[in-house]
Design a protein around this ligand. Structure first.
Ligand SMILES: [Zn+2]
Length: 199
């Protein structure tokens, strides 16, 4: 027996989410049908709003609903330091650790020749432009993940930025090789930022 079309469509939609197979998708679909109407409508409108109202900050590339984002335009932050991360979710992780008060720059990936991802595919030229436009920046902390691609990206950025007389540092290796910033606990992140070394 086939599911009625609205259920089949809902199952298909859930299956587009990461880590969700047909079994879980089916369970979620039937759960959704049992939810009250108001909750379902809130859920549906948050999905649409997240997609429609969010965009990337024109300065740092972080996800935001205003431009520039709240971090870039916060005068109480240290505007002399920029911490470079791979993904917007890394900004959240590091900012939640509470000890870093500088600015951020999101690359949206790392260099990966195997996947055909070069410098032009990342948010790198805007970082260089930012450093050129704002002479106040005196340190760039590269917080890409401790993977071979993350390391290569850090070295690449150091080669580009250091000639401008800006200090380039790398997070201390409190993070295990291959570990994602996203999953590091706050104390590990705090120590990694504190113990950063110059590239
Ligand atoms: Zn920003």
């Amino acid at each position: 027996m086939q599911y009625p079309d609205p259920i089949a469509k809902l199952i298909d939609s859930y299956m587009k989410l990461p880590g969700i197979g047909s079994k879980t998708a089916t369970r979620l679909a039937f759960f959704t049908i049992d939810m009250n109407k108001e909750d379902v409508e809130t859920f549906a409108s948050s999905l649409t709003a997240a997609k429609n109202d969010l965009h990337y900050c024109s300065i740092c590339g972080n996800i935001t609903d205003e431009d520039p984002c709240a971090i870039c335009k916060d005068p109480s932050r240290d505007h002399k330091t920029i911490l470079v991360v791979e993904q917007p979710k890394d900004v959240m992780s590091i900012d939640r650790s509470g000890d870093y008060h500088g600015l951020y720059h999101v690359l949206h990936g790392v260099l990966s020749p195997i996947d055909g991802r070069g410098p032009e595919d990342l948010n790198i030229s805007s970082l260089l432009q930012r450093l050129k436009d704002d002479a106040a920046v005196d340190e760039v902390i590269v917080a890409t993940n401790a993977t071979p691609e993350g390391e290569a990206t850090a070295q690449y950025l150091a080669r580009l930025i250091k000639p401008a007389g800006i200090k380039v540092t790398r997070l201390a290796h409190g993070l295990a090789v291959g570990s994602d910033i996203e999953y590091a606990d706050q104390m590990t992140l705090l120590k990694a930022v504190e113990g950063r070394t110059e590239l």
